[in-house]
Design a protein around this ligand. Structure first.
Ligand SMILES: [Zn+2]
Length: 258
């Protein structure tokens, strides 16, 4: 089911990690941001879009992880965009992304995973402003729809996921802090925040999301072990990424002292 969260912005949530597929009305039609996850989700999203009666004219992938690189033939053969770095990384990671999708979700059209190209200057059909940063994944970008006071944050500012550092790149704690600063500037222009996973935040809840991620990253920077409501007893599936965040921060701190 699509939920309208602002003028011309609709969200459909999947059961798998509360993933949000987003449809944004642009000048010529809909832009699908991170449509997912399982084949049944994608089919239901296509049904919802049929009912909406606005054709999809483009896709946008916030970052090159498999759950943000999906597509379905019913959305049409339209260009699918990512940042330049994101498109390059998606090309390199396509086989891995297919394997992970096959392992994690059923009925995913594997052959359509990851066919994204660099977004043209000015954004082409994609409305708003691309806010690219170095946290979580190579070429990660949020989409700021300032005219509708909406920020589409990708895998940042979630109420269910702690900040997830890119374990393959050095300097991620600082990169994450810098990314939160950029997102904080963008968030000053919005009333609605749609994360890649979890609940849509509205009003003062937007600032709370930023504060929660900042507190987590600040604790990592101080060399501590962040206490975070998202790491509650029901979220032992986050324990692994959390431990690897803490270890990465410790390694970075040790390296900076040497
Ligand atoms: Zn994700």
């Amino acid at each position: 089911m699509l939920t309208q969260v602002a003028d011309g912005v609709w969200v459909r949530q999947s059961e798998w990690v509360w993933s949000n597929a987003i449809a944004v009305r642009g000048e010529c039609g809909l832009i699908l941001v991170d449509p997912g996850i399982a084949g049944s989700d994608l089919n239901e999203l296509a049904d919802d879009l049929d009912r909406l009666g606005i054709p999809a004219v483009a896709g946008f992938s916030t970052h090159p992880h498999w759950d943000h690189l999906l597509w379905h033939s019913r959305f049409g053969e339209v260009p699918r965009y990512a940042t330049h770095a994101g498109a390059r990384a998606a090309r390199e990671a396509r086989e891995r992304a297919r394997a992970m999708a096959a392992q994690s979700a059923s009925g995913v059209p594997l052959e359509l995973i990851g066919h994204v190209t660099p977004i043209p200057g000015g954004g082409g059909p994609v409305p708003g402003e691309i806010v690219e940063h170095q946290a979580h994944a190579v070429g990660h970008a949020a989409l700021l729809l300032a005219d509708r006071r909406v920020l589409l944050a990708g895998d940042m500012l979630s109420d269910v996921l702690i900040p997830l550092l890119d374990s393959r790149r050095p300097g991620q704690v600082d990169a994450y802090a810098a990314a939160l600063d950029r997102l904080g500037e963008a968030a000053a222009h919005v009333d609605v925040l749609v994360p890649g996973h979890g609940a849509v935040a509205e009003g003062p809840e937007v600032a709370s999301r930023l504060a929660a991620d900042r507190a987590y990253i600040d604790a990592l920077r101080r060399g501590g072990d962040p206490v975070d409501a998202r790491l509650g007893p029901d979220a032992d599936w986050l324990a692994g990424p959390h431990r690897s965040n803490v270890e990465q921060a410790r390694r970075a701190a040790t390296a900076s002292r040497e």
